[in-house]
Design a protein around this ligand. Structure first.
Ligand SMILES: C[S@@+](CC[C@H](N)C(=O)[O-])C[C@H]1O[C@@H](n2cnc3c(N)ncnc32)[C@H](O)[C@@H]1O
Length: 384
């Protein structure tokens, strides 16, 4: 992931086939390492005479071993026994020596997270130190399990029965992550998993909008919300495999939508929509609590490329909004270039749209209730 910019999911698929318990442990070690790389590097650098290259195998293996000790409380003999074979025929002596020194000393047992240095600097400039400190706390905290419900009464009854909290209309938060398939209402299709932040854009769609286009729809969290709210949804995405997941989700929740496999940039609807939701592809840095690897992938170049594409997708989607209708834009990103700046640039470059509402979610929001993913969403109205 650090070298190739892969997601955890694709890295796991590309690796060797492991038994489920080993796969879960491997993912836990990788995730806990990514949640505290600068902290682990400080420990490693404090125990080596010459700094190990950033990308060296010795540094990678030491990070993995130390994360097991500070975050997963793996016994020393076990983590040494899994680290050394990784450097057999290579820097085995060095890794053994550094690990020995560190494990004999007092390692922080603290649940301290650390954002990659470049991300901390970027976000301090954009959002200030309090948001960065909140993000460092959040990256090592297990996020709650958030469920969106088809029906508000069912949400309230579920919260009461399962010890959850209704944190918004049709939305229940469970403090601890449980196996979702075992929760009541899974088979019946009463709810789906969705972070509270991700529910904000669909809540901005005016109640009187009849025909709604979900322009980057798969795997369908927002499509489900829009359909559950009673709108007629057209769900468009260019990825057939992701649309297969959207179809399966609609089937389980027993809701309907017209599905279109198409590129936003090539789509030509027969008639305009009352509302268009563009949940644009983005760096996804707001989802760092569940996917810490996003912080290492989102280089300034990737963010700039993503922002450029978002500008084009916004222009294309704007053309399908009827006069008086709404265009809702959303990104699960903590980069202003993908959020506030995109909307400002869109409004500066054309007439005919006005900003109706805008919402930014930063790390630290509702922290005592389990927090929220970083997010940005805005609603524009097409003037008639
Ligand atoms: C942020 S995800 C959407 C998540 C979805 N709205 C949900 O709530 O479950 C972005 C989606 O945009 C799709 N996408 C990216 N570029 C596209 C394009 N040019 N045309 C159509 N879909 C695109 C991707 O396949 C991906 O499914």
């Amino acid at each position: 992931m650090l070298r190739g910019g892969q997601t955890m999911e694709s890295a796991a698929q590309g690796g060797p086939r492991l038994a489920p318990a080993d796969q879960a442990l491997a993912l836990a070690i990788a995730g806990e390492t990514l949640r505290r790389v600068p902290l682990l590097d400080r420990l490693i650098d404090g125990a080596t005479r010459q700094a190990l290259p950033e990308d060296s195998k010795a540094r990678m293996v030491l990070r993995l071993a130390l994360a097991q000790r500070v975050a997963l409380h793996v016994p020393d003999h076990a983590l040494v026994a899994t680290a050394l074979p990784l450097v057999e025929g290579g820097p085995r002596r060095l890794v053994h020596g550094v690990l020995g020194t560190l494990l004999r000393g007092s390692l922080p047992d603290a649940d301290l997270g650390a954002l990659p240095v470049e991300v901390a600097e970027r976000w301090t400039k954009a959002w200030g130190e309090a948001a960065v400190a909140a993000a460092a706390r959040a990256i090592v905290r297990r996020p709650p399990l958030d469920l969106s419900f088809k029906d508000d009464a069912a949400a309230k009854a579920f919260a009461e029965a399962e010890g959850g909290v209704v944190v918004a209309e049709r939305h229940v938060r469970l403090a601890d992550s449980r196996a979702v398939t075992g929760l009541p209402g899974f088979e019946a299709g009463d709810w789906w998993v969705q972070d509270l932040s991700s529910t904000l854009p669909a809540r901005m769609i005016p109640a009187d909008a009849t025909r709604v286009l979900d322009a980057c729809a798969a795997p369908g969290g927002k499509t489900l919300q829009i359909a559950a709210a009673g709108h007629e949804v057209t769900a468009l995405d260019r990825s057939e495999s992701r649309l297969a997941r959207l179809r399966a989700n609609l089937h389980r929740i027993k809701l309907g939508a017209t599905i279109v496999t198409e590129d936003v940039l090539a789509f030509a609807p027969a008639e305009p929509f009352d509302a268009v939701l563009l949940d644009a592809p983005c760096s996804a840095t707001g989802t760092f609590r569940r996917h810490p690897e996003v912080l290492f992938r989102a280089s300034p170049r990737i963010i700039a490329e993503s922002a450029e594409l978002q500008g084009r997708l916004l222009e294309a989607s704007a053309a399908w909004v009827r006069p008086g209708g709404s265009l809702v834009y959303a990104v699960c990103s903590l980069e202003p270039e993908e959020g506030e700046d995109r909307i400002a640039a869109f409004l500066a470059a054309r007439t005919g749209f006005a900003l109706a509402e805008q919402r930014r979610v930063l790390p630290g929001e509702r922290e005592e209730e389990g927090g929220m993913d970083g997010f940005f969403t805005a609603r524009l109205v097409r003037q008639g």
